[in-house]
Design a protein. Structure first.
Length: 162
């Protein structure tokens, strides 16, 4: 099955500060882990610069993504080009348990006509995108963490009491 356990909802935006403000004011997500903009090397050698904010909402990882440079078209092209703030749903993040499961999901997706426009591996953690925009209206991101403890991401604040 191409789909699986949804871990993450991700929104792309053109102003990370405004995205956090909107999420707080309108939707009650007020606490974020906000690292500095990061330059990441994709598996094919290209580089991308993103400025992200992350938060837990119960069991769901909310990711806000502002494209900042390099090969950021997969995010930047999602946004309108006009003036003013914009934020759009971009992808569901699906958790996989092993490299073999990741490879199987990618093979199944590609066999079903879904392109894999992005692959990123950082310290063993893998992220792969399948392009499901035609039918679903968004990307699917698959995430593999070699150390299950990494998945807890205790540095990200929880926004739901209890």
């Amino acid at each position: 099955m191409i789909l699986g356990r949804v871990l993450q909802h991700a929104y792309v935006n053109n102003d990370i500060d405004e995205a956090c403000r909107v999420m707080g004011k309108r939707y009650g997500v007020t606490q974020f882990w906000r690292p500095d903009p990061q330059t990441m090397r994709l598996d094919d050698g290209r580089e991308v610069v993103l400025h992200n904010a992350h938060a837990w909402i119960g069991p769901v990882w909310l990711e806000l993504i502002q494209p900042k440079g390099g090969e950021d078209g997969i995010w930047r092209d999602w946004l309108p080009t006009g003036p003013g703030f914009a934020m759009k749903f971009h992808h569901l993040g699906i958790l996989v348990d092993s490299v073999e499961e990741m490879e199987a999901k990618m093979a199944e997706g590609q066999a079903n006509g879904l392109d894999m426009p992005l692959a990123l591996t950082v310290m063993g953690t893998m992220a792969r995108y399948l392009d499901a925009r035609e039918e679903l209206g968004h990307y699917l991101e698959y995430l593999y963490f070699p150390d299950p403890e990494m998945l807890k991401m205790t540095h990200m604040p929880q926004n739901m009491p209890g």
